[in-house]
Design a protein around this ligand. Structure first.
Ligand SMILES: Cc1cc2nc3c(=O)[nH]c(=O)nc-3n(C[C@H](O)[C@H](O)[C@H](O)COP(=O)(O)O)c2cc1C
Ligand code: SF4
Length: 444
């Protein structure tokens, strides 16, 4: 495998991330924190801010990659109660960037949320954080309290007459609550089920009011756009994917972790350069470019620039920016089964193609690894995925079907061999499946 040449990170969100004491407001302010908030609240009109965000080309970092500024512009102007919800649910397998951003720089998120809320005209904001991130939620609570104390949150902020409140809300451990409308239901105290769209949350969201929903990383970019301008932001990345991106790299690499890259960096440089490549003697076999819901790519796509448009042109998606790497010791049918089991377990069961389709897919993939399937069953698995994609109420169904379909199509020979081998020699015990992701420690 060809080695990468001297790749480097481009640190904007990670610039001060390892600064000792950054979680305290004193250190955060000493590093320039809350300067953007002061400028935004005192000197810039909300409409101007939204235009700057749109002009910067900043796309959502939570999965869909939609223009942040455009979404904010969909909220009606006027006096009605509006809301901002920060999506900190971060449950997509392989994704652990928001965790490090919030844990090490909670004030960076508080400042981003306050600026986003002010731009959207939202006086009430929520940070919906996955319940497992209990320690991070405590840090956010402490940062929010410090920001109130300093006058950056609350009523009549810095004497501008603008009010913004932030409440940190802990989720109860369901992946589906990361889907924006399920998140809203959960926040309202209901079971977290996706809602039918339209109406979109920008028009009718939390408690029926216009609501801006953005990912942690998206919002943490806002202070940088305010301070440096849209043109500065656009000077990073590609024409359609501006800025930097924190990429979580996990799986069979030597240095798993979060790396902040300029969008458009060659994927090979991320995997083999920053993340250290494969273990000695191993070869890259497959990689998910955007979390476990993205169609799986192979070594042929390693030279693709890592950007929304290029990964989409290759038939996959950049998603949450989580690269999961599998080397030549990993069994693709087992990887497909592990992926399908996750989405089957997390399906809310509200619509039939997802509820039944994820269940059938798991059952059929179990037949494959047990050697009970026939090659014709592979066609059936493929057709079940076809019947899920685009036919569900939310994209959780597609999130299983897209990677599974990509694996069955691309590695069909390996599926057939697995069936034949399992028939002859007996199946590999399911608890001996190769691990997909290496746990990553986030230091204090
Ligand atoms: C099943 C499912 C789970 C999701 N989980 C998350 C999540 O954990 N974090 C997140 O930011 N977005 C998640 N999303 C995407 C959100 O619905 C939404 O698009 C995103 O929060 C918008 O923010 P952005 O525009 O800043 O990316 C998920 C979507 C689906 C369908
Ligand atoms: S696609 Fe799945 S998770 Fe989404 S609403 Fe339908 S059953 Fe629920």
């Amino acid at each position: 495998m060809e080695a990468a040449t001297q790749p480097h990170e481009t640190r904007v969100l990670f610039k001060d991330i390892d600064e000792p004491g950054l979680t305290s407001i004193e250190t955060y302010e000493r590093r320039g924190g809350y300067t953007a908030l002061k400028r935004a609240f005192r000197d810039i009109e909300p409409g101007e801010l939204v235009s700057a965000f749109e002009e910067s080309g900043l796309r959502g970092r939570g999965g869909a990659g939609f223009s942040m500024g455009k979404k904010a512009s969909f909220l009606p102007r006027g006096e009605m109660q509006k809301y901002l919800c920060c999506n900190a649910d971060e449950s997509e397998p392989g994704t652990f960037k928001d965790r490090e951003l919030m844990f090490k720089n909670p004030h960076g998120l508080v400042e981003g949320v306050a600026i986003g809320a002010m731009a959207a005209g939202a006086t009430k904001s929520f940070i919906f954080i996955r319940g497992e991130y209990a320690e991070i939620a405590d840090r956010l609570d402490a940062a929010v309290a410090e920001a109130y104390e300093a006058g950056y949150l609350g009523e009549n902020i810095l004497g501008t007459g603008i009010d913004v409140s932030i409440v940190v809300h802990r989720g109860a451990g369901a992946y589906i609550c990361g889907e924006e409308t399920a998140l809203l239901d959960s926040l309202e105290g209901k079971r977290g089920n996706p809602r039918l769209k339209p109406p979109f949350p920008a028009i009718q969201g939390l408690y029926g009011g216009p609501t801006l929903i953005n990912n942690v990383e998206t919002l943490m970019n806002l202070p940088h756009v305010v301070l440096n301008g849209a043109d500065w932001f656009k000077s990073f990345g590609t024409e359609q994917s501006t800025g930097t991106k924190v990429v979580s790299v996990s799986g069979c690499v030597q240095r798993p972790g979060n790396y902040e890259i300029e969008l458009g960096m060659k994927s090979r440089d991320i995997i083999f350069g920053l993340a250290g490549g494969m273990l000695p003697g191993r070869e890259l076999k497959a990689w998910y470019p955007g979390g476990s819901s993205s169609p799986v790519l192979g070594p042929e796509e390693l030279d693709l620039p890592y950007a929304f448009e290029t990964i989409a042109e290759a038939g996959s998606m950049l998603g949450s920016g989580a690269i999961i790497v599998a080397d030549d010791t990993v069994s693709i049918p087992h990887m497909a089964l592990r992926t399908a089991r996750f989405y089957h377990h997390e399906s809310c069961g509200k619509c039939t193609p997802c509820r039944e389709g994820t269940n059938w897919t798991v059952k059929m993939l179990e037949r494959v690894v047990r050697g009970e399937a026939t090659p014709m069953d592979l066609d059936i698995i493929a057709s079940v995925q076809d019947n899920i994609i685009g036919h569900c109420l939310c994209v959780l169904g597609d999130a299983m079907a897209m990677p599974v379909a990509s694996m069955v199509k691309r590695w069909r020979g390996e599926f057939e061999e697995t069936i034949a081998q399992a028939r002859e020699a007996g199946p590999m015990p399911l608890d001996a499946e190769p691990a997909l992701a290496t746990p990553v420690a986030v230091g204090a």
